[in-house]
Design a binder for this molecule. Structure first.
Ligand code: FES
Length: 150
């Protein structure tokens, strides 16, 4: 993002601590993620430490700190999916892609996120790749869906 993009976003706020989450959201909508540069600028604008900003932002799964991949994989970690094996799926996705939650593969092919609920709990465990929802996912089916989304 350029200087003017930050100025445009900051001009909509008064610089109070309560502005943090909406500012993060605006920046992520514009840039696709929250960069280190964005954290530095927010820190100056809101007079909060960078650690405070990371601490708050990292609590919410929707904020990402890496550029998005061409495809975004979200593994549901909500209760219904968790009890049906969501954690195993999440581990398997991370292992297959060689990245952790919140990261993007080096080739920018996939980014890997967790979701708290994708709204189809009875179909869990659920994995979403961009807009495609894969329900009742098994670890053994991951290879196939990752190749399908290549
Ligand atoms: S808990 Fe996974 S879709 Fe609701």
């Amino acid at each position: 993002m350029k200087d003017k993009d930050y100025q445009e976003i900051f001009s909509q706020f008064k610089g109070k601590e309560a502005d943090l989450l909406p500012i993060l959201l605006r920046i992520q909508e514009k840039e696709g993620y929250i960069s280190e540069e964005a954290i530095r600028r927010i820190s100056k604008f809101l007079k909060l430490s960078e650690n405070q900003i990371y601490g708050v932002a990292s609590f919410y799964p929707k904020y990402r700190f890496n550029p998005p991949g061409r495809k975004s994989i979200k593994v549901c970690m909500g209760t219904a999916c968790h009890v049906r094996g969501g954690k195993f799926l999440s581990d398997a996705v991370g292992w297959k892609l060689g990245i952790n939650i919140g990261q993007t593969t080096e080739d920018k092919r996939f980014d890997f996120q967790r979701a708290t609920c994708l709204g189809c709990c009875t179909l869990g465990p659920v994995v979403k790749i961009n807009d495609d929802v894969h329900s009742r996912m098994l670890v053994t089916g991951l290879k196939e869906i990752l190749e399908k989304h290549d």
